[in-house]
Design a protein around this ligand. Structure first.
Ligand SMILES: NC(=O)c1ccc[n+]([C@@H]2O[C@H](COP(=O)([O-])OP(=O)(O)OC[C@H]3O[C@@H](n4cnc5c(N)ncnc54)[C@H](OP(=O)(O)O)[C@@H]3O)[C@@H](O)[C@H]2O)c1
Length: 342
């Protein structure tokens, strides 16, 4: 076994706890939220592994988290970052089978934006050799969410609505929907993304800035009868489109890409039309889905990346040392993930 260094370069949180805000996952200057630090390399406890980072991805959840707006509290001075891939270089009792494996992981003991990461063995997925490090760094959060949410949608019919459809997750869901013979109806904010999304599998693509979007949506909804709205934007337009969906429709909110808080305008929708508003959180799905079903989904995810049906679009690559000065400007680029390497 290689000797491990005593310390590691890390990008750490400036603040602890929650902030009480609920804004968009954007930042003006990463140094408001993050600093660089040299920290001791952590040791894996029972059931844990120590991973040498190959690549980490930047998800909207990371940005909500560093700003104190995510579903778990920040620990000041701890490394940021939820997801990545790397090599297991040490294991605690009970996690020995992962030694020396290249794994995709969700960071559960210390953050992913550091040269070394401790996490639970259960939060690691050994990677097939034909998966690249960049695909490996985005192998869990969005792909598992896509599989789980399209599954949820298909139980309620063929057609379903996806907002922010040009997000990485939206694209995964459009192509998965097509492959399963379903009819994704996509909402985007940029007209130039309409054609690429149709090619990926969306049956209809509506641009949210179109002044006639509500009329178009009413006619599509009347014809196709979508009963599930998978919504990462959750603004007033979302509420209006939900009101235009048929009886029994479900508004599944799973992200907050807009800071606009919607108001309910028609309570009769819930009373007389049996509509429901609910949330989806992958963490809860992982806690409630039997391990055998999770393993089936993980295998399907890797197969889709390995044969090219899914891929990670990369908008920018940053070294760990470039995160604090350059993350804010890197995130301004559309259409892809920021990938961090040591
Ligand atoms: N609840 C869960 O368990 C869970 C799990 C995974 C992801 N998520 C959520 O899923 C969403 C997408 O994640 P991702 O990783 O795929 O994001 P991403 O691709 O890294 O970035 C979001 C993309 O969405 C588009 N967008 C941003 N604001 C928008 C708005 N107001 N209206 C329409 N489109 C907008 C932008 O694309 P354009 O510039 O091309 O429009 C942007 O590039 C996020 O909200 C994330 O938090 C939730």
């Amino acid at each position: 076994m290689n000797t491990l260094p005593a310390t590691m370069y890390s990008v750490v949180l400036n603040h602890g706890g929650y902030s009480g805000t609920a804004l968009e996952p954007t930042i003006k200057d990463a140094s408001d939220w993050l600093s660089e630090a040299e920290l001791p390399v952590p040791s894996p406890g029972p059931g844990q592994v120590l991973i040498r980072l190959r690549a980490a991805s930047v998800n909207p959840s990371d940005i909500h988290f560093i700003k104190g707006e995510y579903g778990q509290p920040r620990v000041k001075g701890a490394p940021a970052g939820f997801e990545g891939c790397g090599d297991v270089v040490a294991t605690g009792a009970g996690a020995e089978t992962l030694q020396d494996q290249r794994v995709a992981f969700v960071a559960a003991g210390s953050g992913a934006w550091a040269e070394y990461v401790v996490t639970q063995g259960q939060m690691c997925i050994p990677l097939r050799p034909d998966i690249s490090d960049e695909d490996g760094a985005s192998q869990i959060v969005n792909p598992l969410t896509a599989m789980a949410m399209v599954d949820l949608a298909r139980n309620d019919g063929d057609a379903f609505v996806i907002s922010a459809a040009n997000s990485q997750l939206g694209k995964l869901m459009c192509s998965l929907g097509r492959d399963l013979g379903l009819s994704p109806i996509a909402l985007v904010r940029r007209p130039e993304t309409v054609q690429p999304l149709k090619e990926l599998g969306a049956v209809e693509v509506l641009v949210t800035s179109d002044p006639k979007i509500k009329d178009h949506f009413v006619s599509i909804s009347t014809n196709m009868k979508p009963r599930v709205f998978l919504d990462a934007v959750a603004d007033q337009l979302s509420e209006q489109l939900f009101c235009a969906m048929p009886n029994g429709a479900r508004w599944v909110i799973y992200g907050k890409l807009s800071s606009e808080m919607p108001q309910l305008t028609q309570s009769g929708q819930m009373i007389f039309m049996s509509k429901r508003i609910e949330g989806f959180w992958l963490t809860r799905w992982m806690m409630s889905t039997p391990p055998a079903e999770q393993m089936r989904v993980v295998a399907e995810v890797q197969a889709r990346f390995a044969d090219g049906r899914w891929k990670t679009d990369v908008s920018e690559r940053l070294r760990l040392s470039e995160v604090v000065p350059n993350l804010a400007s890197a995130l301004k680029k559309s259409d892809g993930k920021v990938i961090i390497t040591p």
